[in-house]
Write a protein that binds this ligand. Structure first.
Ligand code: UD1
Length: 335
């Protein structure tokens, strides 16, 4: 049985990926410092899969603790989620973001190099494309200067991995996520935003639940069909499955280059107003919202061309936007 280390394995995407890994027959060891999640997620994963993953509370910024972990665990592959991801916060705390998102990555890669470990999957983001000149966005679209420190940590992270692959013959895949939403069908795991949600879907579900009085729609003067911004919302379980496909590609040595990257989205763009309508249908509730000005740093439209991911990873999304919104609403009601 292959043993896979999942850093940030108790977070939103991490926890769903751990479930899919265990369901696919992998042995999982999680590292999470609980800075953005709760330990109860470990029990929920256990309830869903019937198997408790090995868990270590380690701060990956502490080099010696990272080294100790690798001294004591034999690992066949790593999926590295652990990182800060709040765009706004990253602009006020750049050094914290570089220390956490870049420092930890370097320490892990050093341990992999020293032990000749292989098979590394990195959580990247469609944010690396900025406002792409052409839609849908293919992997050939250029990486643009990052608008935020968070976005820059993803670009720099990819560069570090690429150069490490070249110098040390490591094999790695970066997955560039579009907008992950939704929750597991068991309603045992989902997104746990701390404080006021910055992302659309948690704000929508909290408004419907009466926790927030009103959703602000950021801008209706974009050059899109209804004037609101367009994104590619992907069900987190579909996204989790893309990690299994990427890992299997590396383990089976089916990769064509030692550093590869893929777009992970649905291929369909939805506007904010379309999401609101779909949510109202899925939940049976009408949503209190108003149009306000644009949010700084937002782009007009981003959705993936998934052709390369579909063919190379032999993976495709199975769930619809309606299913994703329905699961997000169930999850909200449960909490
Ligand atoms: C944001 C980040 C992105 C990150 C992703 C996942 C920015 C500029 N980008 O993507 O780097 O990978 O989150 O964490 O922050 N919206 C509203 N009202 C709200 C919230 C959002 O109208 O209260 C709109 C936004 O303007 C946007 C869409 O909903 O058009 C999606 O927003 P959001 O969920 O924050 O995701 P992104 O901005 O696409």
């Amino acid at each position: 049985m292959k043993k896979i280390l999942v850093t940030g394995g108790l977070g939103f995407i991490g926890s769903h990926t751990v479930v899919e890994l265990q369901n696919s027959g992998f042995d999982v060891v999680i590292i999470d410092d609980l800075s953005k999640t709760r330990i109860s997620v470990l029990d929920k994963i256990t309830e869903i899969t019937g198997k408790k993953p090995d868990y270590h509370n380690i701060d990956l910024r502490v080099k010696n603790d990272v080294k100790n972990f690798f001294d004591n665990n034999k690992i066949d592959g790593i999926i590295h989620f652990a990182a800060f991801k709040a765009v706004g916060e990253s602009m006020h705390k750049p050094l914290d973001y570089y220390e956490n998102n870049i420092g930890s990555l370097v320490y892990i890669l050093q341990e992999m190099r020293d032990r000749k470990l292989d098979n590394f999957i990195f959580s990247s983001s469609c944010t690396v494309y900025g406002q792409a000149d052409e839609l849908p966005i293919t992997e050939n679209a250029p990486v643009k200067t990052a608008e935020s420190t968070y976005g820059n940590t993803k670009q720099i992270g990819e560069e570090i991995i690429k150069e490490t692959c070249k110098a040390h013959l490591l094999n790695a895949i970066a997955l560039r996520y579009f907008n992950p939403i939704g929750a597991h069908e068991s309603v045992k795991i989902g997104e746990l935003p701390l404080g006021v949600p910055q992302n659309l879907i948690p704000f929508v579900t909290q408004t419907a639940a009466g926790i927030r009085t009103e959703l602000s729609v950021f801008g209706n003067d974009y050059p899109t069909e209804d004037g609101t911004a367009v994104r590619d919302y992907i069900h987190v379980v579909d996204l989790a499955k893309a990690h299994i496909a990427a890992l299997q590609r590396l383990i089976n040595k089916n990769n064509k280059q030692n550093f590869e990257f893929f777009n992970v989205g649905t291929g369909t763009g939805s506007s904010v107003l379309e999401v609101i309508k779909a949510f109202e249908k899925a939940s049976g509730k009408s949503l209190n919202y108003k149009i306000v000005g644009r949010r700084e740093g937002d782009i007009t439209a981003a959705y993936a061309d998934t052709t390369i991911a579909n063919t190379e990873l032999n993976w495709k999304t199975e769930k619809t936007l309606d299913e994703a919104l329905e699961s997000a609403w169930k999850w909200q009601q449960q909490n």
